[in-house]
Design a protein around this ligand. Sequence first.
Ligand SMILES: CC(C)(COP(=O)(O)OP(=O)(O)OC[C@H]1O[C@@H](n2cnc3c(N)ncnc32)[C@H](O)[C@@H]1OP(=O)(O)O)[C@@H](O)C(=O)NCCC(=O)NCCS
Length: 144
Amino acid sequence: MEIVKIRKGKKSDLKEIVRIFIKEFGKSPYNEKWSEKNAFLKFKDYFKFAKCFVAVVDKKVVGFIFADTYYQQTKKLWIYDLVVDGSYQGGGIGKKLIDFAINYFMKKGIDGVRLIASRKAKAFKFYKKLNFKETDFVEMEKKL
Ligand SMILES: CC(C)(COP(=O)(O)OP(=O)(O)OC[C@H]1O[C@@H](n2cnc3c(N)ncnc32)[C@H](O)[C@@H]1OP(=O)(O)O)[C@@H](O)C(=O)NCCC(=O)NCCS
């Protein structure tokens, strides 16, 4: 694979971020059906309160992470989204992105990282590999 560069994400990266997000979250186990408009709104919002870093290969954005210090526990980093384009997965880019974000926030004094992951997703194995442990918290839902 070409050399991977990680840099801060910009609003001008939104188009690629949205493209990768819609493609990857359209797949199993998520099967989410996002319109381009709603995905744009979601990430435009994220830019207001979270830090974005993107992975670039050959001038093309191929992955991204949005993260920020957790609002209830200022010393925890919360990962909102971490996605790598399917054609580039398995090449170490996801790890590079999360490491970059963690290093950035370590300088600001974080002592942990939190996120929500589906047990059915590849991401679960990825996080386990990176030594993430399950907490006592579970997501709860009530169908209406
Ligand atoms: C999760 C995701 C970001 C991982 O990115 P990636 O670039 O494929 O992962 P990496 O290549 O950096 O993998 C890092 C390590 O995790 C391991 N890993 C990654 N996917 C794995 C899988 N499916 N099964 C087992 N191990 C896996 C790799 O083997 C690697 O370990 P190594 O360094 O010892 O080789 C990517 O799969 C993705 O974008 N998935 C779709 C979106 C998603 O689910 N995002 C997370 C939402 S919370």
